[in-house]
Ligand binder design. Structure first.
Ligand SMILES: NC(=O)c1ccc[n+]([C@@H]2O[C@H](COP(=O)([O-])OP(=O)(O)OC[C@H]3O[C@@H](n4cnc5c(N)ncnc54)[C@H](O)[C@@H]3O)[C@@H](O)[C@H]2O)c1
Length: 316
């Protein structure tokens, strides 16, 4: 009797730290795909993967999860998630991480892309939009197969704060966030709703402004509380939402960092906008109308991404 198994879908998660290991956990616990967790530190991904595998009988899934330091094990992945890099420490801006993480992202993406030339890359490492440029260049992939995770997390934070403010279920909320992942991100209350009702009909401008500011500071608020390291439960859930949309070919509209070529009046830059995510990666950039104030904020946000990208030199 032949005992070979048909290969299943594979997701590679590079970086077995807080975000990477939690992404791996979410993917295996949802039974979405086999997972390879890869890190530069010997033993770390193997230990975390074994620990995750040992939970399978209790949680009732049968996908495999292995840890590795060898890119050969990542071959033929459908999705590559890049979380390797340094996390922010208290008082450290995302921008401080720029060149160190550019070096790491460039090297891991080059190796992973060679082994999985048809994969979709989901970038998580900060500073997010700049790291997407590094991944695009290092992979040589078309622009629709390199996507940055930021807007899904920023929108989830915005929704959480709306639900807390109004005392409604977070699943009842919907939020629209544009722009780069950083202090200049642009939550758009006009397109954010609770039960279909636009936010400006449910809250005062002061309440909205307070929530918008808390969303912008969402990452820093958690860094300040944790003292060491940065957020990972919600970031991992946000990455898993994107991975699910790719693997299941869902055609979901999600706010993601994507390479714009004239859309929204931006040329040659990764910025967060609503995109439709399917098996191919980004299969459509959804263009919505912005009023004058929103457009000005979006342009300011794009300019701050451009400033970082200009500092990347040969990495971009
Ligand atoms: N996009 C977002 O919204 C968002 C949200 C949260 C975190 N992040 C970013 O994600 C990244 C990871 O955060 P974390 O909390 O998991 O950090 P972490 O320090 O817990 O994990 C990072 C891992 O990367 C590994 N690594 C470093 N260099 C490597 C290399 N060359 N090859 C393979 N692995 C390597 C480290 O060994 C470590 O295990 C950070 O840059 C953080 O700022 C982004």
């Amino acid at each position: 009797m032949p005992r070979s198994r048909t290969p299943r879908r594979k997701v590679t998660v590079i970086g077995a730290g807080n975000v990477g290991a939690t992404v791996a956990q979410r993917v295996v616990e949802a039974g979405l795909a086999d997972v390879v967790l890869l890190d530069i530190v010997p033993g770390l991904p193997q230990g975390k993967a074994l620990d995750l595998a040992e939970a399978a009988p209790l949680l009732g899934h049968d996908v495999t999860v292995i840890g590795s330091n060898d890119y050969a094990d990542t071959a033929d992945s459908t999705v590559i998630v890049v979380t390797s890099g340094l996390a922010r420490q208290p008082g450290m801006s995302r921008d401080d991480l720029l060149l160190k993480n550019a070096q790491i992202v460039s090297s891991v993406v080059e190796q992973a892309a060679k082994h999985s030339p048809n994969a979709v890359i989901v970038v998580v490492t900060n500073p997010l939009d700049a790291m997407c440029h590094v991944a695009l260049k290092a992979s040589g992939f078309p622009r629709w197969r390199v996507i940055g995770m930021a807007g899904v997390l920023d929108a989830a934070r915005f929704r959480t704060f709306v639900s807390m403010e109004l005392g409604v279920s977070p699943v009842n909320t919907c939020a629209f966030v544009l722009g780069g992942h950083g202090d200049a991100m642009v939550p758009v209350p006009r397109y954010s709703t609770v039960g279909g009702v636009p936010l400006p009909q449910l809250m005062s401008p002061e309440q909205i402004e307070r929530i918008v500011q808390r969303t912008r500071d969402g990452g820093a608020e958690i860094v300040a509380l944790l003292k060491t390291g940065s957020a990972y439960y919600a970031p991992a859930a946000a990455a898993a939402e994107m991975i699910d949309a790719i693997l299941e070919d869902r055609h979901k509209i999600l706010p993601c960092s994507t390479y714009l070529k004239g859309e929204y009046g931006v040329e040659g830059l990764f910025v967060g906008v609503p995109v439709r995510i399917s098996r191919v990666g980004v299969d459509e950039i959804v263009q919505v109308q912005l009023d004058e104030g929103e457009r000005a904020e979006f342009e300011k946000s794009a300019a701050s991404v451009k400033e970082l990208v200009d500092k990347l030199g040969t990495y971009a």
